[in-house]
Design a protein around this ligand. Sequence first.
Ligand code: GUN
Ligand code: ZN
Length: 438
Amino acid sequence: MAARALRGAAISFRADPFRVPAAEALQHWPDALLVIEAGEIASIAPWPGAAPAGLAVEHWPGALLCPGFIDAHVHYPQLPMVAAPGEELLGWLARYTFPAEAAFADPDHAARVARLFLRELLAAGTTSAAVYGTVHAASAEAFFAESARLNTRMIAGKVLMDRNAPPALLDPPGGGIAESAALIRRWHGKGRQLYAITPRFAPTSTPEQLAAAGRLWAEHPGSYMQTHLSESPAELDWVRQLFPEASDYLDVYRRAGLTGRRAIFGHGIHLSEGELCHCHASGSAIAHCPGSNLFLGSGLFRARQARREGREVALGLGSDIGAGTSLCALRNMGDAYKVSRLAGEPITAAQAFWMATRGGAEALALEGRIGSLEPGREADLVVLDLAATPLLGFRMGLCADLLERLFVLMTLGDERCVRATYVAGRKVYDREEESVLF
Ligand code: GUN
Ligand code: ZN
């Protein structure tokens, strides 16, 4: 692929703003030249820098170049039922989610929704995600096929469930493992695709299925494991009844060999100190899904507590569509602030942007590839328009510094701010153009 260069203001994290002051953690170029070669960032330096001779420069005045956002927890098959109100988690699953997921028995439906989902994701500036399919292997197949077409770096997997769901959505008892293994062989490490073994959550798997998932994960180093953990109080009660031998919710997964680096746990709202310690010690990550916390009323995640010095837990930001209601990382950052405020430990804009970029990459063990603007990283980035609406432009003009602008952006901003999105150096979305890719 031909080299290209982008010019504009840019940000990227070099350290964790939960640990060091924001100004130290955040690197800011008021005007940068970012050179892309072979799909990777070759250099980033203050403009005019040393652009290779003859290279056309795409200039983005008034915009902010940011690493592509990372969604650490999302269900693509729930796009057709997003915004379904009025139930807490378990009732919501039974009433809206399972019927919507049953439709994925049809591979054409899966292909249509995968296409719409990835288009919406890129239009919101998110370039990587950890994605749940349904129990149908074809749902993962359809997702990977579309992601491969777009060359997006995605983690995904077929859901495993062998109890407590409608019969049409169940694997055979203890099953779904051979299908998952076949998907790993077919997709894990193919181009930018990565596989996650995906038991939905403890209540919908027998201990036998969880243990089989753990064995499969151990057999495939480098693959991922994603599931839900400690989301709603009713769910916690149910897990205690179903797994009386476990000392706590996380212990159910630990016993099955499902904790460790590349394990991504959605939610983790009600974790005890002991469970957080085990996440830290094992390298397991939490995907904080603030929009979903609010929409289902599941509780208020404490991000600062999760990042407590000395036993910090890897932490990303998840949209959790369809329990969350927006794929837009800016909106989810805004929600993260509101959740943190209600939880009594407000986060900063730098902490929110970190969770959606560098922190998310660390949570997904991909920090060497994505999540920051550094030479050698894959060139996934979003161009944010800081004057996308008259109010936003007006309010930005009154900000004293970058951190204030970032806070305003995540509070007033939404997908209208996404001017363009690049994946591995290729522009895949442009707000002002009908994209050739969709
Ligand atoms: N717990 C088990 N399944 C789900 C799901 O689909 N969404 C959410 N938010 N929580 C879950
Ligand atoms: Zn979820």
